[in-house]
Ligand binder design. Structure first.
Ligand code: HEM
Length: 467
């Protein structure tokens, strides 16, 4: 370890500390290492040193106070080769990332895409789910595909301007190809690829991910070409149109905007905005079903605030402190992106008294803040009181509430995700009662670890509410 580098367990040659971290669920091992070495420690992933940052104080110092120093992304890993170093999520801190992030934030905030606002698009999508649940009232179903489909369609509507039935051939192939890439990126072959440079030239199973990228390209490019043909300049209908308008505006300037970036942008928005939202919904309904008093209290509040109003608006959240608290608590306990997206230091810097050289891999352990003792009234149990005061009012979440991370890299889709979670939950709870099936046994709240974290598969029984 370099001088004054954060401490950590002894690393073995070639594999580093991989034996200290279980690939199935490294979070528990990381907690143990935190207990031993403190809130900032280092591990070796193969030959690469990584600094794990835990706890609200250290995370805030890294992500916010020294945000720019820690705003890079590693650039020499398998996932960078697969994504051709393009796309805002994995792009390094620099002009291309800045240009694209600024453009995306503006576009998402104003969303001047056609006549339909972002909220109308989300509402429109929810109606398909309401219809589906209505048809299945009285039955027991597996919600996994349903929630994935709603989250997927919201992104597809926003980015590509279209939606797909859940069994549509295009979207089924698209999703399974992306899954394939994700699994390879998260798997042992990617680890080998990252550890041993010579391996990169061998025809090993990681080549699947490069083939899958080519497949996804061949699927997305026709959509982009169609937009180029049919769009009305200055009257964008979706994110792709907005990008093409921008590309035209910048055509004489020195810019990083180009068709290749657009492709990766579309792909990454899909990747970042689908499983995150659908896994959060899965956690939400797991708790709502198995803690029926929480579901009933949400429904009472929803009925009281909306009375006979037809349409629910995102604005209504201000009058629903309990529902707001439940959604925040679901995000806290659901811990959907526990290790964030890995960062890298952009220059030699310091963190909590340790020296960290430029280019060091940084693992922000968001999970450690979401259940940190001293930060929450009930750090280890599901309890919406974590976000309510004595009067039952929703309180501003503490700094430890980091499901979307913080600082220059905070989640670009936070606004959209919040809107989706609120509108989906309120719409569905208003119309239906969700019941833990009698034959389902004891609920298992243990989360399954992956790039995003999810509850174990479960079924739900749905009944129409008669109020
Ligand atoms: C509950 C839902 C979501 C959660 C918990 C979540 C969480 C996160 C987290 C933890 C990061 C990493 C931030 C960092 O590196 O410090 C991130 C990045 C990102 N998210 Fe989300 N996200 C969600 C939904 C969405 C949605 C709906 C979209 C867009 C459609 C989106 C787009 C992005 C993008 C583009 C980035 C990369 C930002 C950058 O590197 O500058 N996310 N998200």
């Amino acid at each position: 370890r370099p001088k004054n580098f954060p401490p950590g367990p002894t690393a073995l040659p070639l594999i580093g500390n991989m034996l200290n971290l279980s690939p199935d669920n490294p979070l528990k091992d990381m907690e143990k290492l935190r207990g031993r070495y403190g809130n900032v420690y280092s591990v070796y992933i193969g030959h690469r040193a990584a600094v794990v940052v835990c706890g609200t104080k250290a995370l805030k110092e890294a992500l916010v106070n020294k945000g720019v120093d820690f705003a890079g992304r590693p650039q020499d890993m398998f996932m960078n080769d697969v994504t051709e170093r393009r796309g805002v999520v994995l792009a390094d801190y620099g002009p291309s990332w800045k240009e694209h992030r600024r453009f995306a934030l503006m576009t998402m905030r104003n969303f001047g895409m056609g006549k339909k606002s972002m909220e109308e698009r989300v509402q429109g999508e929810i109606q398909y789910t309401v219809e589906y649940l209505g048809k299945n009232s009285g039955k027991t179903l597996s919600p996994h595909v349903m929630f994935h489909s709603i989250a997927s369609n919201v992104v597809c509507q926003v980015v590509y301007g279209r939606r797909y039935e859940h069994d549509d051939e295009f979207i089924t192939r698209f999703v399974s190809t992306i899954d394939d890439v994700n699994k390879t990126i998260n798997g042992p072959w990617a680890f080998l690829y990252d550890c041993f440079h010579f391996v990169r030239y061998l025809p090993l199973p990681f080549t699947r991910a490069f083939k899958a990228r080519a497949t996804v390209k061949s699927m997305l490019y026709p959509i982009i070409e169609e937009h180029k043909k049919n769009r009305v300049p200055g009257d964008p209908q979706d994110f792709i149109d907005c990008y093409l308008d921008e590309l035209e505006k910048r055509s004489n300037n020195d810019t990083s905007f180009c068709s290749e970036e657009l492709f990766m942008f579309c792909l990454m928005m899909y990747g970042a905005g689908t499983d995150t939202v659908s896994n959060t919904l899965l956690t939400a309904f797991l708790y709502l079903m198995t803690k029926p008093h929480v579901q009933e209290r949400c429904q009472e509040e929803i009925d009281r605030v909306l009375e006979d109003k037809d349409l629910i608006a995102f604005e209504d959240r201000h009058n629903m402190p309990y529902v707001q608290a439940v959604i925040h608590e679901v995000q806290r306990i659901g811990d959907v992106v526990p290790l964030s997206v890995f960062h890298a230091t952009t220059k030699d810097t310091e963190l909590m008294g340790y020296s960290i050289p430029k280019g060091t891999l940084i693992i922000p352990n968001l999970s450690s803040a979401l259940s940190e003792e001293g930060q929450w009234k009930f750090p280890h149990e599901f309890n919406p009181e974590n976000f309510l005061n004595d009067k039952g009012e929703f309180v501003k979440p503490p700094d430890a509430f980091l499901p979307f991370s913080a600082g220059p890299r905070f989640c670009l889709g936070e606004g959209l995700a919040r809107m989706e979670l609120f509108l989906i939950l309120v719409n569905l709870l208003r119309k239906f009662r969700f019941i833990w099936p009698e034959d389902a046994g004891e609920p298992d709240y243990e989360l399954e670890f992956g790039i995003t974290v999810a509850p174990k598969p479960y079924n739900m029984k749905v009944e129409l509410r008669t109020t």
